[in-house]
Ligand binder design. Sequence first.
Ligand code: NOJ
Length: 767
Amino acid sequence: MPTKLCQVPLLRLSFYLALLFVVPISVVGQQDDARPTDAATNRFVDQLLTRMTVAEKVEQLEQAPGQPNFTPPAKAEELARSGVGSFLFFTDPVRINELQRIAVTQSRLHIPLLFGYDVIHGFRTIAPIPLAMASSWDPELVMKTQAMAARETRAAGVEWTFAPMVDIARDARWGRIMEGAGEDPYLGEQIARAQVKGFQGDYIGAPDHILASVKHFAGYGAAEGGRDYDSSDISDELLYNVYLRPFHAAADAGAATFMSAYMDLNGVPATGNTWLLQDVLRKDWKFSGFVVSDWEAVKNLETHGFADSPQNAAVLAASAGVNMEMSSSLYREYLPGAIKSGAFSEARLDNLVRPILAMKYRLGLFTHPYVDMDKFHRETLSTEQRDAVRIAAEQSAVLLKNDGHTLPLSKSLRSLAVLGPLADSALDTVGSWAIHGDRRDTVTIAKGLREALPNARVDVAKGVEISRGSPTIFDEQVVPDQPQLKDDEARKVEFDHAVELARSADATVLVLGEAQTMSGEAASRGSLKLPGEQERLMEAVTALGKPVVLVLMTGRPLDITWASAHVPAILNIWYPGTEGGHAVARLLLGDANPGGHLPLSWPRDVGQEPLFYNYKIPHNPRNVAKRYWDLLSTPLYPFGYGLSYASFSFSDLTLSSPDVAAGGSLQVNVKLQNTSAGAGAEVVQLYTHQRAGSASRPIRELKAFQKVSLVPGEIRKVTFVLPADDLMYWSPALHRNVLEPGTFDVWIGSDSNATLHSTFNVIESRN
Ligand code: NOJ
């Protein structure tokens, strides 16, 4: 937590005088570096509320965008002075201090600002994208990585991130699949919890931590056809058993804030959805933090045809329980009038403001509002930050194929060709949602390999250019990297040059995939092909018959069916972040072992989407791979899949008992052996299937996993404790959660096709 209160003594004095005026002395003294109690927080907030006018309360509900094109600098200062609640997108600590000083010393009630920002996978030091982090199957690592991000963020004066995104995504066409933890609700729950804990620490206001905002509540990941912003139509059964589960886990983990989604869910826009925001979130889950709308989502209630006027949009969102309005300002414009006319009550307004003030208080902002610049410089891009994101990149890379031990490459290579449009692109290496990451800090794959092979000739060439060709919402960031269109002749020269480099090298690393603008927000695709001429480059290089490795840099699974049949080694690194090049060099040269397993089912073709492993058993299940006559319906690589340089065998699946009763638990054991000459880690996965019940159940469901490291030859008994209650589900026939008696299958293995099998019975139901 910043320790320097005010740098200017006179201001410091006026600050204290101001506080004495606003806040009882006992409260000021009590909060320094101590965790405030609920009682103290409530007392403080209640006292402050009694001093606030309706207009001041409404101002606290507004979050204004900090970009100058939305809010010119003078306007931002005016807002700080008039008591706006929050800004988003400020990242410069000097500017943050300036605005905070205005709010604290010049606004009537001296209420500090709350600064929010999209710290999705790092602030300045960028970690692998969230889909990659989920591929680590290591919640502890995820927690630590987000804790590092929180530290760097808080040191810059930003106290709130709009993360984690916990939307389940079963459709790779959806651009924002890169921002989540993939397709599975159980893995999604573990990763959601870990991220909340990482960002927030042990309690809200813990030093060096920030508030999390769980998004996008709810159902955004099921956008129809994977088209960004389209409506979601999700049955209750899928909502309760799949889509809401990570949100619930994040609420249970103590998330301070939620973000209401843009889209329409089952006919009611999420930002005006009382059932979601009140019944589910506050009543069922006992959430006591606050809800911020997504960008202009309050205003868009009118666009959706849900509100018939901007005033109505403000009242509907406020009544549904959206505490803070992001970027539009309908609350400011219309809520005071709605209170006057009786369309909204001041008591409800108080309920909206209360948790916002409480969070500011818990964060210690009333007593420590400013950034400590020394700390900011110490924490930014520190060696510790860089090490953390490099390890995360190593642990989240998924080795998809490694025929004939092509990898690791020999360190005594005399020459290496590093080819592809992403090989030396710093902007792409960090991926989408890394807006504050500076490309000058980033180690590209080419740079990492050059450093790691000082005695080899490392030739780098793009071979082909890729371009999204249409604007993105982050144009300012991206335009400088857009390639100039080249004529056919120039393209041919570039292509031939790359193939020549491959011909004359001992081995080739092809770094192919998507530019970072091709996934993320407003970046859905109708095709999963490698963009541009990359496939042709890959085919030409592979045809040389020399060692070739495909390093895939992407925010979604791509159609690599040809590569999976012809390229000897494929390492999927997603977008690996600031230290990507170092991590990939270590992985390719055997100094690190790829630790990732897929958090989604990898399709063969876009026509398979949506694709997920936990489907309901269809009619004629023997033909499950042939649901299309022109395309296999099984994934290219199953959910949970990932190789390592080590190899493992599973045997001796045993259960502590053939039966388990409600409230009881079962021990499930398996013998895991490292059958190779190298150390490595395996992700041991446990799946179950309920054979019959009041509703049909998925063919398999992940119920537990452990990442286990073994030295060569080591044998380990791995034990899972499976509580019977984890077999409960929401029955669409009974409209409630049930645990039903009957036979269950259990499998353990290294992916969702695990074959080691047993059965057990649930012998007593719990309703
Ligand atoms: C819109 C996105 O949907 C949301 O995820 C993000 O946090 C906000 N913009 C703020 O950048």
